[in-house]
Ligand binder design. Structure first.
Ligand code: SAM
Ligand code: SF4
Length: 327
């Protein structure tokens, strides 16, 4: 079992396979002027497979593919198929914006994907356009339908932002009445690639208060091990509601995850600036033991929480887009 220096189990990898995206969500990246990584700067599929095989041997049980938008990377399906066959990997999940996803759902189901996180910040076409700068809400809603038709577990992710989608909180919580989905409301984090100054007017407390005002009999659910969301259910509803204190960072004590960025940097906390250049290691050493030792070393000096990790960044603070991290 893989442990960090604070005794926390590490069994979950979030792998961002591209920095590119077909949306331009306001909270994630600027509408224009994004400097995309060149192909040779990205980890290749072969490199990612080698790394994932090694990490699964070391104790990783669950991998989430994210990005950027995973489905804009060419030839992603054969890669996912190979990944899904790694012995010892218990779960392979995906986070997607849903624009290109619907036609791929049957194949995703076939290779064993059981859970998909779908980003959906609003149910209103104009607000969707204002948030993502693309008129693609219909495709995302269609993906939601198709995922449910294929019995794939769906978590809907909404970043809550003043002036953008506050009027959607209740209609989206209402979705759980008839749909068996987890509707998760996320505090906005400052990883927007400089698109705006994050002001953090909504936190987990104000989000919960808003939902409680509409559903006073909402019940707290027990949170599963390693859960980042605080979970609730309105009695009689098919789905449930989660609130993720991503900026407040109240869940670091049980954090079981590491991240690999599209350019092959290891992050042992979302808020650190990257702690190990794995791409160079993979490209210079054929021997996996050298890569393994470097990974173990990085885990032996992991920050206690997101606040400590943020302080290890170079002066100047946070500038990157969440598309370079994977959420
Ligand atoms: N493109 C895919 C998508 O949007 O689902 C996967 C990558 S996206 C970076 C992963 C998750 O990060 C999404 O659920 C998105 O809402 C979330 N995210 C992006 N920027 C964020 C921010 N500044 N604060 C909080 N969540 C953010
Ligand atoms: Fe693209 Fe996802 Fe970032 Fe939106 S949140 S711009 S869909 S990577």
């Amino acid at each position: 079992m893989l442990k960090d220096n604070h005794g926390r189990t590490i069994n979950y990898l979030r792998l961002a396979v591209t920095d590119r995206c077909n949306l331009r969500c306001f909270y994630c990246m600027p509408e224009e002027g994004n400097n995309w990584l060149a192909r040779e700067e990205l980890l290749s599929y072969e490199e990612m497979l080698r790394l994932c095989r090694l990490l699964v041997k070391m104790g990783i049980e669950k991998i989430r593919i994210t990005g950027g938008e995973p489905f804009v990377r060419k030839d992603i399906m054969p890669f996912l198929t190979e990944l899904s066959q790694i012995p010892g990997l218990r779960q392979l999940n995906i986070t997607t914006n849903g624009v290109l996803t619907a036609p791929l759902v049957p194949e995703l189901k076939k290779i064993g994907i059981r859970s998909v996180n779908l980003s959906l910040d609003t149910l209103d076409r104009n607000r969707f356009l204002a948030i993502t700068h693309r008129d693609e809400l219909d495709k995302v809603l269609h993906t939601l339908d198709v995922l449910l038709q294929h019995d794939i577990e769906v978590k809907l992710n909404a970043v809550v932002m003043e002036g953008k989608n506050i009027e959607d909180i209740i209609p989206m919580a209402e979705l759980t009445r008839d749909l068996p989905v987890s509707m998760r409301f996320i505090e906005e984090m400052p990883f927007n690639g400089g698109s705006h100054l994050q002001t953090m007017q909504w936190n987990h407390v104000s989000i919960l208060d808003t939902i409680k005002a509409q559903f006073p009999d909402i019940q707290k659910l027990p949170d599963p091990a390693y859960s980042t969301s605080m979970n609730y259910k309105v009695p009689g509803h098919k789905g449930d509601i989660g609130i993720i204190a991503a900026y407040t960072r109240s869940f670091c004590g049980t954090c079981n995850r590491i991240r690999i960025t599209p350019q092959g940097t290891l992050k042992t906390c979302l808020y650190d600036g990257g702690v190990l250049n794995i791409k160079t290691l993979l490209r210079t050493h054929k021997d996996d033991r050298i890569v393994e030792d470097a990974l173990l070393n990085a885990l032996a000096s992991r920050a206690l929480d997101g606040h400590e990790a943020e302080q290890t960044r170079l002066a100047g603070g946070i500038h990157e887009s969440m598309a370079m991290i994977g959420g």
